[in-house]
Design a protein around this ligand. Structure first.
Ligand code: PHE
Ligand code: ZN
Length: 844
């Protein structure tokens, strides 16, 4: 335990430091258990207060101020030098010893697969040396690395072997160091300003054949940020390093991005189309942080969405440009609903800009990231694309080199557009997803739409005020023709009435492109949805109509055992066989809402969800679709073939995604015959994994061993094998299967990717197994959380959110979950991270 009594940090308490930092010089002598870090930090006194620096798990060896020893105090978390010893400008020289080998939290300097690497966001630098470990203290860095490793990297430009200079002032969280036996793939990029940049992707020997796509994605990202945002790169080198042990996806350290190897390494045989798309999006995300995050950073961690919301928004725009914009939007909204709406509806709900935290690592959430990105999208919709571009230019001009707040961001939009955005700011302050309820009426040639907005109370926020909601909408005639093309209506009061002069009652197509992160509640009939599915000019709402139809048919099966409506099955078949539609769009139409989504739908409808029944209903409806499409399936599957060499680009990936859905349906009918053929014929991981899932779901007993034998030595493919084995297990066997897998020789639970494969393979991919009425799933999760917490609090705390939906379930399940949460909370030495999360989940 790091603190005896964990403290809550408040936004309102922000105060600048009493000392400025002008320069940081670091000298590392690397050793697995006794690394020496010498720092020379140039300070200037601003206020006559003690110098209090952060520092944890450090052994202080020496300390001098301007060459002289001075009295000081060291606690578990801080170094304090009395103000009396300090005045004007002075240099603090400190030497500490740290032990990267035993650092299992993967924060600070640690080792992964024999290599040294760092992770400093949010507060990892304090485990490297004493410093103001906060984002508003920015300084240029000079770093020397003494090590016998072939490669030594840090931020900025190299000046000599093992020596790096970063001229751009940066906060501690962007510091990085890597040293080890690494091989580089090298390429070049010339910026719009004519700067020649060397690009390297560093990986462990043996992985060098899997870096091409990440490099390609990097070059496209650099070009895109110049073309679309006018932002060039600003150093002579840009390095990416892949590490196997990493808590998150990747990290935007200045000039030295460090990635979870899962988001760098790809070959057609080992990575799926989804992996390729993730690599493209994450490489772009980290690169885009160079301007939105690094050059303009956050004043304090409450402003995290300033960099994350904007950077997610930018990477979504990039992916939309690289691939299909409508498909990208649908996928982004699926994610948003699955993760952020879920978070916003439960005990962990918090505003996009939180006002208090105990452990900042717990606030790298779907709300900060994804809802944060939606807020940017709404702002752009409200002011228009040209005004958005102008505001961004002003943002970069005005704030380059600064640590900023959401107020600064909004001010830029107010100044450049002349608009008052004070009400819009509520999107940053109010937790919870607004419900938008719509009723309509047609009388005497007048069509009225009546809209009401309401947000439910959440922890600490009993009353919510109306928010500014941009509603992109159109109207469709009963025959499918569009009678009103898309227009954006701004709703800012609790209620709004819209009137249209028309000949006949239209079908409203509201929230086109999902123009705001709200829950739309309408009285739309199934017949109207069928018209929208067939005719809406907005692809997002066409897809939305299909999900709503799927959901109502699934709910009818679940609650009344009803067979799916023929009209829906016909409409579905029509879309699937329509060759004019993007196969990726068709695949999304065919994908049924997830089990978790249905559990949420039950909850919203006042029905206590039964995960077992949901699982069964979903299977039954899936079978009905398969039977309805019946004979058409083999020909459809044949039409989705992608001959020739594998290409990860959108066109072929789209076909493969439709193929995977169709093969799932076919497996319901033939018990896996065609999937077996597909499995044997597969020449890429996308096709192989799709067929593998089908075979597992059909109860094939041999395929798991064959897959394992083929891929035993590839750790990223084996992560998929672990995850799929749990995900596809029968709910009654899930915990047994997962338990057996945790006893597998290759189950390295200290590796976050492997841990997540098995644990989230159950909690996220097999909800009926996780929520098994025996409570075995809950116990299994709690056991593993307690085990990992002692080593890696950050990943443990994140994984504990599997429990966040407990309130939805029946009293028996609630009691079983509460029992596990209580057991975790009572565990001696529980980390601050996990204690905060479990506490928030229990309190609510
Ligand atoms: N800042 C990283 C990103 O969004 C995420 C991250 C946070 C990584 C904390 C590691 C630790 O790109
Ligand atoms: Zn980010």
């Amino acid at each position: 335990m790091r603190d005896a009594a964990p403290q809550t940090i408040y936004l309102k308490d922000y105060t600048p430091t009493p000392y400025d930092v002008a320069h940081v010089a670091l000298d590392f002598t690397l050793h697995p258990t006794a690394t020496r870090v010498q720092s020379r930090i140039a300070f200037t006194r601003v206020r006559a207060e003690d110098l209090v620096l952060n520092g944890e798990d450090l052994i202080l060896k020496s300390l001098r101020v301007d060459g002289a020893e001075v009295s000081h105090e060291v606690s578990e978390t801080h170094l304090t030098i009395p103000a009396a010893h300090l005045s004007g400008a002075f240099t603090l020289e400190v030497e500490v010893e740290i032990s990267p080998q035993t650092n299992t939290a993967l924060e600070g300097l640690y080792m992964s697969g024999g290599m040294y690497c760092t992770q400093c966001e949010a507060e990892g630098f304090r485990k490297i040396t004493y410093m103001y470990d906060r984002p508003d203290v920015m300084a240029p860095y000079e770093v020397t690395i003494n090590a016998d490793t072939p490669v030594q990297l840090s931020n900025g430009n190299p000046t000599a072997p093992g020596c790096w200079t970063d001229p751009h002032p940066k906060p501690t969280y962007l510091f990085a160091l890597v040293a080890g036996d690494l091989v580089a793939t090298t390429d070049h990029f010339t910026t719009m300003e004519g700067r020649e940049v060397t690009l390297n992707v560093y990986v462990r020997p043996g992985d060098e054949g899997k870096t091409d796509y990440a490099m390609d994605a990097l070059k496209r990202s650099m070009k895109w940020d110049e073309d679309v945002y006018g932002r060039p790169y600003d150093l002579d080198v840009f390095n990416i390093v892949a590490v196997d042990d990493f808590n998150m996806g990747a990290m935007e350290n200045k000039g030295l991005n460090i990635f979870n190897s899962k988001y760098v390494l790809a070959s057609p045989e080992t990575a799926t189309d989804t992996d390729y798309a993730m690599i493209e999006g994450i490489v772009a995300h980290e690169y885009f942080h160079n301007w939105t995050g690094n050059r303009i950073t956050c004043r304090d961690w409450f402003q995290l969405c300033l960099k994350e919301g904007l950077t997610v928004y930018r990477d979504q725009q990039f992916s939309a440009d690289m691939r299909s914009a409508p498909v990208q939007r649908i996928k982004d909204v699926l994610q948003l609903r699955a993760r952020q709406f879920r978070e916003d509806a439960g005990p962990l709900a918090h505003p996009v800009r939180p006002e208090a935290f105990v452990e900042i690592n717990n606030f790298y959430t779907a709300t900060v990231y994804e809802k944060g990105a939606e807020v940017i999208g709404m702002l752009r919709t409200l002011v228009g694309p040209a005004a958005y571009d102008a505001a961004l230019t002003l943002y970069f001009d005005r704030h380059d080199g600064q640590a900023c707040t959401i107020e600064d961001w909004i001010q830029v939009f107010e100044d450049s557009t002349g608009r008052d955005l004070s009400q819009f700011k509520r999107w940053y302050a109010q937790a919870g997803t607004p419900h938008l309820t719509v009723t309509d009426d047609f009388k005497n040639g007048e069509y009225t739409l009546h809209l009401k907005q309401k947000t439910k109370p959440s922890a600490g926020q009993p009353d919510k005020a109306p928010q500014v909601i941009p509603i992109a909408m159109g109207l469709i005639g009963a025959d499918g023709t569009e009678v009103l093309p898309t227009q954006v209506v701004e709703m800012s009061e609790a209620e709004l009435t819209l009137r249209f002069e028309l000949d006949a009652k239209p079908i409203p197509s509201l929230l086109r492109g999902f123009s705001a992160p709200v829950i739309l509640e309408t009285e739309q009939s199934e017949a109207d949805r069928l018209v929208l599915l067939a005719h809406d000019t907005d692809p997002f709402n066409r897809w939305e109509a299909s999900t709503l139809l799927a959901k109502s048919n699934l709910m009818a099966n679940l609650t009344a055992g009803s067979a799916p409506a023929t009209a829906w099955l016909d409409a579905l078949t029509k879309v699937i066989t329509d060759d004019t539609l993007d196969p990726a769009f068709r695949a999304l139409v065919l994908a049924l809402p997830s089990e978790d989504n249905l559990a949420n739908a039950c909850d919203a409808a006042g029905i206590v969800p039964d995960p077992t029944a949901i699982h069964t209903a979903r299977k039954a409806v899936h079978l009905a679709i398969a039977q309805h499409m019946g004979e058409a399936l083999p020909a459809l599957i044949a039409a989705t073939e992608t001959p020739g060499p594998y290409s990860p680009a959108a066109n072929d990936a789209a076909k493969r995604s439709l193929r995977a859905q169709l093969l799932r349906l076919q497996t319901r009918l033939d018990g896996g015959t065609m999937a077996r053929t597909a499995y044997d014929a597969a020449t890429n991981m996308t096709d192989q994994l799709a067929a593998f899932g089908c075979l597992l779901s059909a109860g094939d007993t041999k395929v798991a061993a064959a897959f394992e034998a083929q891929w035993r030595t590839d750790r990223l493919v084996m992560d998929k094998w672990f995850a799929m084995s749990v995900a596809e297990a029968d709910p009654d066997d899930t915990v047994a299967v997962a338990t057996a897998l945790t006893q597998h020789a290759d189950f390295d639970w200290k590796n976050p990717n492997r841990f997540r494969s098995v644990i989230a393979g159950m909690t996220a991919m097999n909800p009926a197994g996780f929520h098994h009425p025996s409570g075995a799933g809950y116990r299994f999760l709690a056991d593993w959380l307690l085990k990992l917490d002692a080593l890696n609090p950050q990943t443990t705390a994140r994984m504990s959110t599997a429990f966040e939906t407990w309130r939805r379930y029946d009293v028996d399940r609630q009691a079983l979950i509460q029992e596990q949460l209580a057991r975790i909370a009572a565990h001696p030495g529980l980390s601050r991270d996990t204690a905060e999360m479990v506490g928030r989940m229990r309190d609510a």
